[in-house]
Design a protein around this ligand. Structure first.
Ligand SMILES: Cc1cc2nc3c(=O)[nH]c(=O)nc-3n(C[C@H](O)[C@H](O)[C@H](O)COP(=O)(O)OP(=O)(O)OC[C@H]3O[C@@H](n4cnc5c(N)ncnc54)[C@H](O)[C@@H]3O)c2cc1C
Length: 399
């Protein structure tokens, strides 16, 4: 199991030490235990790797941030980020890592903070042990960046003893949906109420009326299952409400404040791995009787990759430190997300160019990075929406 370090200097260490032992240990473990020779085939076929998920759960990665009372690792945010950064460095199955990190940074913190004791026992413990998997359902076909325009609706029906709810609607692009046992669903009591009408429900996969579409193939992260979810008069009770009725908008902001950046921690680890591979290749590959790394054009590309990686990493840990000490971190997280997602794309293009045709064909694993990282500028709020946050923080008005 990963041993969290309870040390105030950890944040500074994480910032300056690229080879922090927590990160390096997880990266080594992942390289040994999450190496799947069938990855390229599964990537083509959009196949998830349940065994890899279970190994990560057994190692304590799945529930790293959760209180040990519920089977988690009890780690602080910095330890959690180092863990997922190491996972991104050591595990080439970016889809598996994406499934793990989104669950760890979106669903689990909300359950931990707002769940009743019964909900935590029922859902958090099995999410940590890997016995259950979860999916986070906000987006709809007509409500993406405009989150609170959602139309998935619940009707309150009271019997003599308690209020019950009938949930109906359709959610799109839900990560892990085809594998999920639990759905965390944002719904409105009345679309006209906007953010004031939102409630979050915990819905078991076997609830009558809940159906999941088949897996939707996508450009990258193809080994993370991804689907639409339909709710048709799903009958729910008070035990299914997370937080309180009407508190959904505040739960949403809570989930999105910093976590939107933290889910890119593994991508920052993957950027470092990508750079290490590029450096090795430029030393080995010879053209015109010299290693290609001796061409200034090639070596400057490596320097640019390093610059982008360092910038992204520093911004991520800065947002994490602000978040950890309770200071406002919304703008810092937005900057970190823009930097990490856009820098990964630029560096993945550079990696393809540096490897020549080997970078373009599937078998050497370079082209996958470019496909895998493109989603980072969309999920968790698009780059445009992050720039809106930064501009508002600078004092500009925009929607
Ligand atoms: C890999 C991946 C995983 C995902 N996983 C999940 C998940 O688990 N659960 C879930 O609920 N959703 C998930 N999503 C959906 C994701 O949250 C949405 O795609 C995202 O919020 C954007 O919404 P949209 O796709 O409808 O784009 P739109 O909101 O329609 O945006 C289209 C374009 O318009 C721009 N735009 C829109 N509004 C503004 C504005 N106010 N200012 C400036 N530009 C604007 C956008 O930046 C974008 O360029 C996932 C998406 C991806 C790619």
């Amino acid at each position: 199991m990963i041993q969290p370090q309870d040390d105030s200097s950890l944040a500074i260490e994480a910032l300056i030490d690229l080879d922090h032992p927590i990160k390096v240990d997880v990266a080594k473990w992942a390289a040994e235990n999450l190496h799947d020779p069938a990855l390229a085939d599964r990537d083509q076929a959009c196949e998830f790797w349940p065994e890899g998920w279970q190994r990560a759960a057994d190692k304590g990665i799945t529930g790293i941030l959760v209180d040990p009372v519920y089977g988690g690792g009890g780690a602080d945010v910095i330890t959690g980020l180092l863990t997922y950064e190491g996972l991104g460095y050591g595990c080439r199955d970016a889809g598996l890592v994406f499934g793990l990190i989104t669950q760890a940074w979106t669903m689990q913190p909300l359950l931990a903070q707002f769940g009743s004791e019964e909900q935590k026992q029922r859902y958090l413990s099995p999410l940590c042990s890997g016995d259950k998997k979860g999916a986070f359902c906000i987006t709809e076909a007509e409500s993406g960046s405009d989150t609170f325009a959602m139309t998935t609706q619940f009707e309150t029906v009271s019997d003599n003893t308690e209020e019950r709810y009938l949930l109906s609607g359709h959610k799109s692009y839900v990560t892990m949906a085809p594998e999920a046992d639990l759905f965390m669903v944002f719904a409105t009591s009345n679309p006209d109420l906007g953010q004031w009408g939102i409630t979050v429900f915990l819905v078991d996969a076997d609830t009558p009326g809940l159906t999941v579409s088949s897996n939707r193939p996508k450009m990258g992260l193809r080994t993370t299952p991804f689907a639409d979810v339909t709710f048709e008069n799903c009958e729910l009770g008070p035990e299914n409400v997370l937080g309180s009725v009407g508190s959904g908008a505040s739960l949403f902001s809570n989930a999105m404040e910093s976590e939107r950046a933290f889910v890119l921690a593994s991508q920052i680890g993957a950027m470092e791995y990508q750079l290490d591979q590029a450096v090795s290749y430029t030393r080995e590959r010879r053209q015109f009787d010299q290693p290609i790394g001796d061409f200034q054009a090639v070596s400057h590309r490596l320097a640019n990759m390093k610059l982008r990686h360092d910038n992204a990493r520093l911004q991520l840990y800065r947002a994490a430190i602000l978040h950890s000490v309770g200071k406002p971190s919304m703008a810092a997280a937005a900057l970190a997300k823009i930097q990490a997602s856009e820098a990964s794309i630029a560096s993945s293009v550079d990696a393809v160019l540096t490897h020549g045709a080997r970078g373009y064909v599937t078998e050497f694993g370079v082209e996958q990075d470019l496909r895998n990282v493109a989603g980072g500028m969309v999920y968790g709020g698009t780059s445009d929406v992050q720039r809106n946050i930064v501009a508002r923080w600078l004092g500009n008005r925009n929607r």
